[in-house]
Design a protein around this ligand. Structure first.
Ligand code: HEM
Length: 315
């Protein structure tokens, strides 16, 4: 099978020892990124709280941005909610919905990549109107990470209020962490699907969607980096990191570390390696299987529709 090369996206730093830049330490080697993700001295940067029902409140209530002492209990809420949807069933639901959208494109205001995962998850999480919820989740996702522009943050405040009104009755922190699943799922899953369809055009005929997704996650990750701050001094990749230093953990660079992936830019058709795009350690993505199931369902249908995958072949 003649497998393509996927060059690093512009802005991906080369792999090497940590370097100190304007935004803190840039960490690019696979071993260093993994060490930071699994070191309890490297904590998620704190976020300010805000009035109940706002975007700032949501951020401060979800496990994703929680300090170490609050993280585990909040994460358990999301993990419990993810227990119910069986990934095989999610994939089939994503396929059915994508086929329906392709049959009636004029009725849609979002691409299947964006809409299908959110509709399927919102329905499984019991939101009253999954289609309305999907629109609101996109608005929250646009401002979710701290530092969003003020207009997007105001729109996200209204969207959080709308999502709370659509959510089943539950304690506020439970509702926040269930909504957190949808927001975390939104951009990353859509980005994976879009990239898989794009790179799939250059892939050999009939390449299984699971393999395509695995390599797209490595070579064109929809989440390119994450952030930590050092709670204590530590040594990372031979560098002395001081307490309070910021760390930029670059998944995009680490996934091309030649020490782990020989011939790193070339698409591989073998078993998936230790790709870091879903993170690792106690804060690693709890939705990995769900993301892959949903993306497989959508990408299979889109590839079959474009002729890149023969009828009946999947995964
Ligand atoms: C291709 C799709 C996805 C990618 C690449 C991705 C990636 C990640 C990464 C890298 C983290 C950890 C961030 C860090 O440690 O700083 C994370 C956390 C998280 N993800 Fe995902 N994710 C995806 C889809 C999903 C989906 C579908 C769900 C839910 C159904 C989800 C739910 C979460 C949650 C709740 C967290 C926070 C976990 C915690 O607080 O411990 N993600 N994700």
């Amino acid at each position: 099978m003649d497998l393509p090369t996927i060059p690093a996206a512009p802005g991906t730093p080369p792999c090497g020892p940590p370097t100190l830049g304007d935004d803190g330490w840039v960490v690019t080697r696979h071993a260093d990124v993994l060490a930071a993700l699994t070191d309890s001295r490297c904590v998620v940067p704190p976020v300010p709280d805000g009035p109940a029902g706002t975007l700032a409140w949501l951020r401060a209530s979800v496990s994703r941005f929680s300090p170490p002492g609050r993280h585990a209990a909040r994460r358990a809420v999301g993990v419990a909610a993810l227990d119910a949807p069986d990934p095989g069933e999610l994939r089939r639901a994503a396929e059915r919905l994508t086929e329906r959208i392709l049959d009636r494109p004029s009725e849609e205001n979002m691409t299947p990549a964006r809409r299908v995962p959110l509709l399927v998850l919102a329905e499984r999480l019991g939101l009253a109107d999954p289609a309305a919820a999907a629109t609101e989740v996109v608005a929250v996702a646009a401002a979710y990470h701290p530092g969003a522009d003020p207009a997007a943050a105001r729109r996200a405040d209204r969207a959080v209020a709308a999502l709370l009104a659509l959510s089943p009755q539950a304690p506020a922190e439970v509702t926040a962490n269930r909504l957190g699943l949808l927001v975390q799922a939104a951009d990353a899953t859509a980005g994976l699907i879009d990239a898989a369809v794009r790179h799939g055009r250059a892939a050999p005929d009939g390449l299984a969607t699971a393999m395509l997704l695995a390599e797209v996650l490595r070579l064109d990750p929809p989440v390119r980096l994450t952030r930590r701050v050092a709670a204590d001094a530590l040594s990372l990749g031979g560098r002395a990191v001081r307490a309070g230093d910021r760390l930029l953990l670059r998944f995009d660079a680490a996934n091309r570390d030649p020490a782990v992936f020989p011939d790193p830019d070339r698409f591989r058709a073998g078993p998936a390696g230790p790709v870091l795009t879903f993170g690792a350690g106690p804060r690693g993505c709890p939705g990995e299987r769900h993301a892959l199931a949903l993306a497989t369902g959508v990408v299979d249908v889109l590839r079959r529709a474009s002729g890149a995958l023969s009828e009946g072949s999947r995964r």
